[in-house]
Design a protein around this ligand. Structure first.
Ligand code: PMP
Length: 404
């Protein structure tokens, strides 16, 4: 990949912050957008904007084609069997809430169990926890090993005849660990338990084939894969989605409405109440085309190189503790510097033009397990360079000097 050329396609990367070139290393929170994605939004509003599915007029047809073309794009991106299995949502969080609400309505009884892991983002904890109160279910948590991997022996031992669902991250947004989802799915399926994979940090970096994985639900957010905010995906096997009740009521999701009785639309529309973010979907189509054009394997190889390069350099700095040392790691480094609060490091890096994440990273239970208030996290995307990694390292050294 020609990174210099690629960087030209991301207008925001030309910015200066405090009169220094922006070094954007907060990509796990959200990625920047290439010109094709920004132009897709502008073009949609300038040339075809009209509500989808409802109008017979020309623009509405164009808009519907763009929106449904996006669904076909996502189907192909995930290698799903059918477009019926692709539900558009606002993002990972909404996708998980949809499954928690609707799957539990169809299949959970008091005393049933859901297995998650110790490294989950709040959005894969709280929706299930809410069901503990509402449905009387029990949440079980797979612990992690000292290097930050799932304890698979413990996972096996947590499954009982009451287990109704396993819901785990593909990649941890804190530790960077790439979880063995193939193995998790095989084990869970041998007990007839379906699996949801939170792909927020997976889909942008790893080729996903939902049929080869045989995964029951796979979710991700557009904004973490170079698409706009406000649009995301829920893949669900048709056999499950068919049996699940609608999540929200409103337009689009109905078959026929009378005051006496309402019938619901077919898949995928049953789960898409209201006007969808069709402009977001059109722009996400461009983002996925862009990623596929570069090759997700090439992107991953580049990010892994940056990960290894930066890990070596950061390890050499005295007092640095890295959280997450699995050999199966995606482009995320979370760390602390002994004796210095992560916010101080984050602020001092920012003043030098380096954008990183600090805090609990929406994984407070994991922070409790690690016994820390928070971390500093750098996370890589396809447009980052080794020169930026060097700038980050020297900015970190300067920050440490100031704090001493
Ligand atoms: N899961 C993981 C692993 C994440 O990293 C994130 C975003 N930080 C989410 C879920 C939530 O994604 P969103 O805010 O886009 O819904």
């Amino acid at each position: 990949m020609d990174i210099d050329k690629i960087r030209e396609e991301f207008p925001i990367l030309k910015q200066e912050v405090y009169k220094r070139p922006l070094v954007y290393l907060d990509n796990a929170a959200t990625t920047q957008k290439p010109r094709v994605v920004i132009d897709a939004i502008s073009n949609a509003y300038c040339t075809i904007n009209a509500n989808v599915h409802r109008g017979v007029h020309h623009l509405s047809q164009l808009s519907t084609e763009g929106h449904e073309g996006g669904r076909e794009k996502v189907r192909q991106f995930l290698n799903a069997k059918s477009i019926k299995e692709i539900i558009f949502t606002r993002g990972t969080t909404e996708s998980i809430n949809l499954v928690a609400s609707s799957f539990s309505e169809a299949f959970f009884n008091e005393g049933d169990e859901v297995i998650i892991s110790a490294m989950e983002h709040h959005s894969n904890i709280v929706p299930w926890q809410m069901l503990e109160g509402k449905k009387g279910i029990k949440l079980k948590v797979i612990p992690i090993t000292p290097v930050g991997e799932l304890d698979m022996e413990m996972f096996r031992s947590l499954i009982t005849e009451r287990t109704k669902l396993v819901s785990v991250a593909h990649v941890s947004n804190v530790l960077g660990t790439v979880n063995p989802i193939e193995e998790i799915i095989t084990i869970a399926h041998s007990h007839n338990v379906p699996v949801l994979v939170d792909g927020a940090q997976g889909a942008p970096h790893i080729k996903v084939d939902v049929q080869a994985l045989d995964v029951d639900f796979y979710v991700f957010s557009g904004h973490k894969i170079y698409a706009p905010t406000g649009v995301g995906v829920l893949y669900g096997k048709e056999e499950w989605l068919d049996k699940m009740p609608p999540y929200q009521g409103g337009g689009e999701m109905i078959g026929k409405v009378t005051f006496e009785k309402t019938t619901y639309n077919e898949l995928p529309f049953k789960f898409e109440a209201g006007t969808p973010d069709y402009v977001g979907v059109m722009a996400m189509t461009e983002a996925l085309n862009y990623v596929e054009g570069l090759g997700i394997e090439n992107i991953a190889a580049h990010e892994t190189e940056l990960l290894q390069y930066t890990t070596e350099k950061i390890k050499a700095i005295e007092g640095v503790v890295i959280y997450g040392n699995s050999p199966h790691k995606s482009g995320v480094i979370s760390f602390n510097v002994e004796g210095i609060h992560p916010y101080d490091i984050g602020m001092l890096l920012d003043k030098q033009g380096v954008a990183v994440r600090t805090g609990h990273l929406c994984a407070q239970p994991l922070m409790d397990i690690l016994g820390i208030p928070g971390v500093v996290r750098v996370s890589f995307a396809l447009y980052n360079t080794k020169a930026e990694c060097d700038k980050f390292i020297s900015a970190l050294q300067r920050a440490i000097e100031i704090c001493k």
